[in-house]
Design a binder for this molecule. Structure first.
Ligand code: PHE
Length: 454
């Protein structure tokens, strides 16, 4: 296979961790987590989400990193190679395919939202003064319904992503995360302190940490599972690809714990940065997709120094989104590069262009826009792609990854990859063998049941 000999590696454990945390921390943590927690009723949703992150997401994260490192190829190449080495059916290779294809679908709409963030970063610089609920909602609605501006923003966001991925693992990904991730962290801490001091911190803490289990429904539980997977970047090829750039010396379980802790930590910090402001201004927490784009600008428009805080916030969101989108483009690029030997720059450009084209449908599929009336199974393009990936491909992909490493790979292989103590290894094995498949399967089946019967 061409390109195999040049398969890159991270230069250090630190850059790998930055890149993996960069992939994990993204719109999922700062945009989705707060609004899904808001809609899901707060504390109970947060607890279920955290339980899924550690009991289901973390073992799968460990599995994916190990499969990637073992295979040393793109997810498609790695899965085929490992299934073969272990004397298992070729069909396991489908896990690799579903990851790479799923990742491609996700980047096509992730970059549309990334474009909205970029556009709002520009808007934030001139401030949101005079924004009330009506103006804010209308401004966002008019923006997404415009056939041109969101496309330009989508293009700009993808151009940044392609520019980084085209430069390769050490020249592109590592360089980008090395300065972007510390910036992200500093901005987030800054935002949190600011809203802690000026906002209603007590109400935010109460909202996020005081569980009311009566508010949970099977839908919100699935939502939390999907979010745990999405925010850890699982089952879309990203983590497996990043694992393939690992060298043998790096300890996978320890790194995975750091990644999961940083990822859920950032989600909570984002909640603690956003909700004090939302409550202090008497705004609604369950504003769905609009929380970040319509609710927060109202607060930014009213507070002193709002132009600076708003700019900081949307810059933070841009950084988080870019360090994730590069990991969504990377798996497909690594596969095509591996199979064809074509120069990475050309491949990145080509796949990026395809994602741009597919994403255009999502951008135009917003209410009021050119394709705003087109519905697939009652969903607009973006929601449809989100549903297919978040609620179907990711949980199922994660389930099959857990089943594969738990039941179909020799214990010796896994022990070698994980280098864990016997006791910890057994816990991990129990989680991937039983807890992950049963938990994912149960949530999944009840959803299918609900959708088909109801
Ligand atoms: N984890 C990213 C986020 O939270 C999204 C993502 C999902 C990235 C899957 C890569 C793979 O925004």
């Amino acid at each position: 296979m061409a390109g195999l000999s040049q398969h890159a590696h991270w230069s250090s454990r630190w850059t790998f961790l930055l890149a993996a945390v960069g992939s994990a921390v993204g719109l999922g943590n700062i945009w989705k987590f707060p609004y899904e927690a808001g809609e899901g009723g707060g504390g109970a949703f947060v607890l279920v989400y955290l339980a899924f992150v550690f009991a289901v997401g973390l073992p799968v994260l460990i599995a994916e990193l190990s499969l990637g490192r073992r295979g040393q190829l793109s997810p498609i190449g790695s899965m085929a190679k490992i299934a073969n080495e272990e004397g298992r059916s070729k069909a396991w290779g489908l896990i690799g395919w579903s990851g790479v294809v799923g990742g491609f679908i996700v980047i096509s709409f992730y970059s549309v939202v990334g474009g909205w963030v970029l556009a709002y970063l520009v808007k934030a610089m001139s401030g949101f003064s005079g924004y009330d609920a009506a103006i804010s909602t209308q401004t966002f609605g008019t923006f997404v319904a415009d056939p041109v501006s969101p496309i330009i923003a989508h293009f700009a966001f993808l151009a940044i992503t392609i520019g980084i991925v085209a430069r390769g693992v050490t020249g592109g990904l590592e360089k980008a995360v090395t300065f972007l991730m510390p910036a992200l962290f500093a901005l987030l801490v800054g935002m949190m302190i600011y809203s802690g001091i000026t906002g209603d911190f007590g109400a935010a803490v109460n909202f996020l940490f005081n569980p009311d289990f009566a508010k949970l429904t099977i839908e919100t539980v699935l939502q939390a599972l999907g979010l745990a997977f999405f925010s850890l970047s699982l089952a879309l090829g990203s983590i497996m690809t990043y694992g393939s750039y690992l060298t043998k010396e790096m300890n996978i379980p320890r790194s995975a714990v750091i990644i999961a802790a940083a990822d859920s930590g950032v989600a909570l910090m984002a909640g603690l940065a956003i909700f004090p402001i939302v409550f202090a201004f008497g705004l609604e927490p369950g504003q769905s997709v609009g929380l970040v784009f319509t609710t927060l600008p109202i607060a930014f428009g009213q507070m002193t120094g709002g132009a600076i805080v708003g700019t900081m916030f949307f810059f933070l969101l841009t950084v988080a989104a870019v360090t994730s989108s590069i990991s969504l483009l990377e798996p497909a690029v690594s596969y095509v590069e591996e199979r064809t030997g074509i120069d990475r720059k050309k491949v990145a450009l080509f796949i990026g262009a395809a994602a741009f084209a597919l994403g255009t449908l999502s951008a135009w599929g917003q209410g009021g826009n050119l394709l705003g009336d087109v519905k697939i199974l009652g969903l607009d393009f973006m929601s449809f792609k989100d549903y297919i990936t978040n609620n179907i491909l990711m949980p199922l992909g994660g389930m099959f990854i857990a089943i594969f490493v738990g039941w179909f790979i020799s214990r010796k292989t896994m022990m070698e990859e994980l280098a864990m103590e016997e006791g910890t290894f057994k816990i991990w094995l129990f989680l991937v063998r039983f807890v992950c498949p049963v938990a994912i399967g149960a949530v999944f089946i009840s959803i299918l049941y609900n959708t088909i019967i109801a």
